[in-house]
Design a protein around this ligand. Structure first.
Ligand code: BAL
Ligand code: ZN
Length: 861
């Protein structure tokens, strides 16, 4: 059944304190839990109903006295004790089986070590508990385990002792003094090494930072440790947030469903967001690690100190923390490039989600399976809402609102209302209409038309907003949002038309369905620019001519909008939306040529401009998705751009060689990025792919080696097989690098990729219990290979679908994520839509998990 936000009731029982003891063993772990239980006098009395799944109950005592079997009811989902008489201590002892746990929720075994994952509802697979985020005990944790096998024993909070036990066992005690819900509980046991450092936090507290991994991987933890230090300092500086324990531990796990997890004081990470060195990590990997390390670290305040009242509020921590990690990266690197990349993701994936069968509000009103709501909407659109608030209020007021939010809700389980109330109070603004952003699904469209009256020198903008219907929400209301804009004259000078707003752009606030803006005293029709920095997450409809977009790409002050003008131009060319098609294509080509020639431009920015809108973004820009024509248009345009600019691409490629040989500074990374893009375009002209072959052989970084290899694979160059074999041999035994190699196979833009994916599924590389490997094979295929996945006969859909029931039985979250690749199926044109429908129909009744059953019902619903 569904769970509804409107049904929320505070728990009738409070649990201020938990003592939990583990006798750890991969095959059979015993967990003894003592819950201090107190009826909440503010709530009507109710029987105690503890969550618990797949737990073998060994003993149960109340205040030390064994509870007779007739006093409790043990069910599939938990334990019910009807007649508890007031405050007491409930002790349960259970047995769990980590090595049989392929779901990777609760306590599980991975490569000889033990890890936990409790968000959202994994704790109930460890012990009987009120497993909900508004239950926030203080924790005492005892870990006992074989010393040889598990020399390192980590848990939440601070280490408070340990010692030897008989039979080669040892113990460690941890105390977490902060009120912490069970979803943030964590335990790690294994044979790890670490890199560590000592720092003094802003309040004078000494903090030991450590990053742990299997011994062989420890040298690859240095970069992550540096990222922890940068994150800690940045949060002190930018948000005034100080770390609050004596230790901060990060552990790398090879088998991990999510990217990482922000458990209090003990973050557990997917190894791909920890391990990096020159031999194995690309520049994108380094930036990804820093950003995810930042994200999890920032949760310590936005999520842990201030947690969630219920799971409907998930975006309260995720959207806010994504906004914080985006700002972290923007402050440390190029703000413009960061914004461009975030908006690329938003348009390609979140806009698609918001327009598809799985669309839902940032705060859903109900859910059947909370695991299915770790979505781009909750995370990325949630972050955009916080960014709009930041834009509306300005830096100083927003910071005051954040300070108030943290101060008022510290140690509490908060709601979106609490967040908005803090900002409303700090700013004196009414945010009640703004709150609609959390309730209303779908991407708003802003339609703007202009008019210039030469006789009076008056320029008028007519602005209208609408949000399209989404499942369950046919009618939409206008939203409150900032609209930034600028007007430029013929010479490209910015016209001063209104008081300057935040960031130097003029800004109005949209609240109604229609607005009109009037400007007087203009001697000619200006060129308008809108939504600088993509301050509002909307689709903008303005009838720009190709010439106007070319001008905007040169004169707009805001770098994001310069990039966006070129994207808009490219989209119009690809979708043949301009009457003057040839002129538009010439304009695009000339603009990109000028960027390539301009040594003053940041190479990273030029690279962003050269990347055309991808298939997903194009698919999101049309009503009906004609797969073949979208793919063909893209290929044709890329071939033409390569042909026209061959000389400058080659020149730029060689000129950037020295800069690209540098280390991990922004200049070297930008040079490598542009250089690899030049290489990709040049390889289109030369099926021998000599340049790519040479780069592959001489590469000194993973970025360059993988970049060249991708060119060889995509061009189906003669040397591709030999290069793939050489790469595989060089990195044999390294799972993370092998995932990159596999992804290249699965993403090869050719119908033949299907056969190669099938071959992988039958090879020793296929380890369906490892989420990274499943994503490398099937995620890359379904999400990043439209050519092969959308094969017209439906064979690509069938390939994915065949795997899903088996994967669902292993790890429902991973399977459900893959099933989501069908989210836009209703907009597919031609026979493909019918092929997907048959495929989805064929999956009915074949899923065991609530995750996949819920998703399938919503896809077909
Ligand atoms: N809380 C789950 C992983 C993350 O978003 O940080
Ligand atoms: Zn998060």
């Amino acid at each position: 059944g569904s769970i509804h936000l409107s049904d929320y009731r505070p728990p009738a029982w409070r649990i201020p304190r938990v003592e939990i003891e583990f006798d750890l063993d991969a095959d059979a772990t015993e967990v003894t839990t003592r819950l201090r239980l107190e009826p909440d006098p503010a709530q009507p009395p109710a029987p105690l109903e503890l969550d618990g799944e797949d737990l073998e109950l060994l003993a149960i005592r109340v205040d030390g006295v064994e509870l007779p079997p007739e006093s409790y009811v043990l069910g599939e989902r938990g334990l019910r004790i009807p007649d508890l008489d007031g405050a007491c201590t409930l002790e349960t002892r259970v047995r769990i089986r980590p090595s049989a746990n392929t779901r990777l929720e609760g306590l599980y075994a991975s490569r000889g070590a033990l890890f936990t994952q409790c968000e959202a509802e994994g704790f109930r697979r460890i012990a009987f508990m009120l497993d909900r985020p508004d239950v926030m005990p203080v924790w005492d944790i005892v870990l006992r385990a074989d010393r040889a096998r598990y020399p390192v024993l980590l848990a939440n909070g601070n280490p408070v002792g340990g010692g030897e036990l008989p039979d080669g066992r040892h113990l460690a005690r941890w105390h977490n003094p902060h009120a912490t819900p069970p979803y943030l509980f964590a335990v790690v046991a294994g044979d790890f090494g670490c890199v560590q450092s000592e720092i003094v936090a802003a309040d004078g507290r000494n903090v030991r930072l450590a990053v742990w991994a299997a011994h062989a991987d420890v040298p690859r933890c240095r970069y992550a440790l540096g990222a922890v230090e940068r994150a800690l300092r940045w949060d002190e500086r930018r948000f005034g947030r100080v770390y609050d324990l004596d230790v901060f531990n990060v552990v790398a796990a090879q088998d991990f469903t999510m990217g990482a997890m922000e458990n209090k004081g003990l973050n557990i990470f997917n190894a791909r967001y920890v391990l990096a060195d020159e031999e194995t990590a690309t520049d994108a990997d380094y930036l990804g690690i820093e950003s995810v390390i930042g994200h999890e670290y920032f949760h310590n305040w936005s999520g842990n100190r201030v947690t969630l009242r219920d799971w409907f509020q998930l975006s309260l921590k995720e959207g806010l923390t994504v906004f914080r990690d985006q700002e972290f990266t923007a402050d440390l690197h190029s703000r413009a490039v960061k914004r461009i990349e975030d908006v690329r993701l938003l348009r390609a994936r979140q806009f698609a989600e918001d327009a598809g069968s799985l669309a839902h509000p940032v705060r859903p009103p109900s859910y059947r399976e909370i695991n299915n709501f770790y979505t781009l909407t909750i995370y990325e659109k949630g972050a955009e809402i916080v960014r709009m608030l930041y834009t509306l209020l300005g830096e100083a007021t927003f910071r005051a609102g954040m300070d108030l939010y943290f101060a008022r809700n510290d140690g509490r389980a908060a709601t979106v209302e609490d967040f908005l109330a803090a900002h409303a109070e700090a700013s004196g603004r009414d945010l009640s209409q703004f709150a609609r952003w959390y309730a209303q699904a779908g991407t708003p469209e802003i339609r703007i038309r202009d008019d210039y009256d030469a006789a009076t020198g008056t320029y008028t903008l007519e602005i209208a907003q609408r949000t399209p219907p989404t499942p369950g929400q046919p009618d939409k209301h206008p939203l409150h949002m900032p609209l930034r804009f600028a007007l430029y004259d013929e010479a490209g000078r910015r016209l001063r038309t209104a008081p300057r707003g935040a960031g130097g752009a003029d800004q109005v606030e949209l609240v109604a369905t229609r607005h009109r803006l009037r400007f007087h005293g203009l001697s000619a029709r200006p060129l308008p620019a809108f939504n600088q920095g993509f301050a509002a997450p909307v689709k903008l409809d303005f009838p720009y001519s190709p010439a106007q977009l070319g001008r905007l790409a040169r004169c707009e002050r805001d770098p994001f909008n310069r990039w966006d003008a070129l994207q808009r131009l490219a989209t119009g060319v690809l979708l043949e939306r301009f009457e003057a098609h040839v002129e538009a294509q010439d304009g695009l080509s000339a603009a990109l040529g000028a960027l390539l020639d301009d040594p003053a431009q940041d190479p990273a920015f030029v690279a962003e401009c050269l990347v055309l809108p991808d298939f997903d973004t194009l698919a999101e820009s049309v009503q009906a998705i004609d797969v073949d024509s979208l793919l063909a248009a893209r290929e044709t345009l890329l071939d033409q751009l390569a042909f026209e600019h061959a000389e400058r691409l080659r020149a730029r490629y060689h000129a950037l060689a020295d800069a690209a040989a540098g280390g991990l500074d922004g200049a070297a990374m930008g040079a490598r990025r542009l250089r690899n893009l030049c290489l990709a375009l040049l390889t289109r002209l030369d099926r021998e792919a000599a340049l790519a072959q040479a780069q592959f052989e001489g590469a000194r970084s993973m970025t360059d080696r993988l970049g060249a290899l991708r060119c060889l694979v995509e061009a189906d160059a003669q040397g591709r097989h030999a290069a793939m074999e050489a790469f595989a041999a060089r990195h044999a035994g390294d799972d993370l690098v092998t995932d990159k190699w596999i992804a290249l196979v699965a993403m090869r833009p050719d119908a033949g990729a299907q056969a190669e994916v099938r071959a992988l599924l039958g090879s020793s590389h296929w380890t369906p219990t490892n989420p990274n490997r499943v994503r490398a094979v099937l995620g890359s295929f379904a999400r990043a290979n439209p050519t092969a996945f959308h094969a017209a006969d439906g064979s690509g859909y069938a390939l994915l679908a065949e795997q899903l029931p088996g994967l669902d039985a292993i790890n429902p979250q991973v399977a459900a994520r893959l099933l989501g690749a069908f989210e836009s199926w209703r907009r597919l044109a031609g026979p493909r839509r019918e092929r997907v429908r048959e495929t989805l129909d064929g999956l009915q009744g074949r899923f065991a998990s609530s995750d996949c059953r819920d998703l399938l019902a919503r896809l077909l619903g």
